[in-house]
Design a protein around this ligand. Structure first.
Ligand code: CMC
Length: 431
């Protein structure tokens, strides 16, 4: 619970109001304006919510200036190097690192929820083969409410927990099947003897005709991509999940809403957009032209994979992801790939350019995750689905936290109305 000993005074017209200040365990103080409209008859105006805390949360903390990302207090670089995805899932969902026994039980539970209801196959088959896998994921995850009726009652904590486990467990199967369907290959069923990351790679790249062995360096890199994307505080898709949930919607509908929001190129779609940009740049000698375009105010072009709303010095996830990118590129021996050569040179030139330094624009996590996924053989259309499956635990943890929060109310922002004032209807013949 936040400390509430300080207040702020707001003065406007002839009114003066005392507003409580809530002090968090970390980060800036928060002025509590909940009574502002009721007592002062004014709203606040904050498009993009750059100065607005919409909820209280104990899950993730970001210090954008320091480039710090903590999950339940633990720094992301320690989690990415010492822990693994399912342990981080447990931490996000339950608040503490698990004991060995708790972890074993959690891994068993998730592993034994990875299969999809067999009837869901026909749902996949209803899509066009060339459908974007994100479109398939929005549809299939939303449709889970039609398949798993016994975990849609949000007032029952046990049903909430089962829905959380199902979503974390089934998302890799859904993403892999969306991919398999798009390339016309048979669906590969999950296997209980594989880890979460191995299972995903197996479902994506195995075919019934041949044995597929998952390389441990690749499964480690995959697990890191999952871990580094697991949660990120109140970003656009998480806020979408919370807003959808505030109406009492079922968990599968809420997560489908989050996936839809993540798809946009300013958010989760940036990794795909970044790789497409690198392909368009083509080779290192074209980079100056694209850097010039990114700096030109008349040109809407932006360097995808650069910049971040919150991190203003560096993205701590990108630091770890860059190490992984180096490991994977070494293993796969793809130094001569023109896209990857272009990426390396773009990073060097942009970081040396005063425009990017002044605006604090640096490569973000999506810049490096795109490079790794490209090297692993994923098509660009799968980049955002992989982000979605990784972020599912974050969405689900925030959703669970919100439902247990006694201050939860339906989300209903207000507006600064600048349209026509009251006017009477005019019959068409008199206009
Ligand atoms: N290339 C060129 N200029 C940029 C870029 C960029 N990628 N990003 C920001 N700027 C400029 C922008 O033009 C503006 O300049 P000015 O002050 O002269 O008008 C200034 O930097 C501030 O930009 P902003 O749009 O006000 O910043 P924001 O916090 O609203 O946007 C962002 C953050 C991530 C949407 C933006 O940096 C961007 O569009 N980046 C490219 C897309 C991308 O890589 N997104 C992935 C983010 S990480 C994954 C995730 O968390 O979802």
């Amino acid at each position: 619970m936040a400390d509430t000993s300080k207040t702020a005074t707001l003065t406007f017209d002839n009114t003066s109001m005392e507003l409580p200040i809530l002090s968090p365990t970390a980060g800036p103080d928060v002025i509590d304006i909940r009574k502002l409209y009721g007592q002062g008859d004014v709203f606040t105006y904050d498009p993009g919510f750059t100065s607005t805390a919409a909820c209280e949360s104990t899950i993730t903390f970001i210090d954008g200036e320091k480039g710090e990302l903590l999950h339940r207090g633990y720094p992301i670089d320690q989690l990415a190097s010492k822990s693994h995805y399912l342990e981080v899932c447990y931490l996000l969902l339950y608040g503490e690192l698990p004991s060995a026994e708790q972890l074993e039980h959690f891994e068993f539970t998730i592993t034994h929820h990875t299969m999809l209801h067999e009837q869901m196959q026909y749902f996949f088959r209803g899509f066009r083969r060339d459908a974007h896998p994100m479109a398939v994921m929005v549809g299939v995850v939303g449709a889970m409410a039609a398949f798993y009726h016994d975990s849609t009652d949000i007032s029952d904590p046990r049903q909430r927990e089962i829905a959380s486990h199902r979503l974390i467990a089934k998302m890799p199967t859904i993403a892999a099947w969306a991919y398999k369907y798009s390339i016309g290959q048979p669906f590969v069923y999950p296997r209980n003897d594989l880890t979460y990351a191995e299972n995903f790679l197996h479902m994506c790249f195995a075919v019934p005709a041949a044995e597929y062995k998952v390389d441990p360096i690749l499964s480690r890199a995959m697990d890191r991509i999952f871990t580094l994307h697991a949660d990120h505080e109140q970003n656009a898709s998480t806020s979408t999940v919370r807003l959808a949930s505030s109406s009492g919607a079922n968990p599968f509908a809420c997560i489908a809403a989050g996936i839809a929001c993540l798809w946009g190129p300013a958010h989760g779609g940036a990794n795909q957009a970044c790789l497409e940009m690198l392909k368009e740049i083509g080779s290192p000698e074209n980079i100056p032209e694209y850097i010039a375009r990114a700096k030109d105010k008349e040109d809407p072009f932006r360097l995808m994979g650069f910049g971040h709303r919150v991190y203003k010095n560096f993205d701590p996830r990108a630091t770890v992801m860059k190490q992984s990118a180096d490991e994977v590129l070494d293993l796969l021996g793809v130094e001569n790939n023109p896209i990857l050569a272009t990426a390396k040179e773009l990073e060097t030139q942009a970081l040396a350019d005063p425009y990017f330094a002044e605006k604090k624009l640096f490569p973000n996590v999506d810049f490096y995750s795109g490079i790794i996924l490209e090297a692993m053989g994923f098509p660009t259309s799968m980049f955002t689905p992989i982000f979605a499956l990784s972020r599912t635990v974050g969405w689900v943890s925030q959703w669970k936290e919100q439902l247990a929060d006694p201050t939860m109310r339906i989300g209903r922002p207000r507006q600064l109305y600048t349209g026509a004032p009251y006017r009477d209807y005019v019959e068409v013949e008199n206009r």
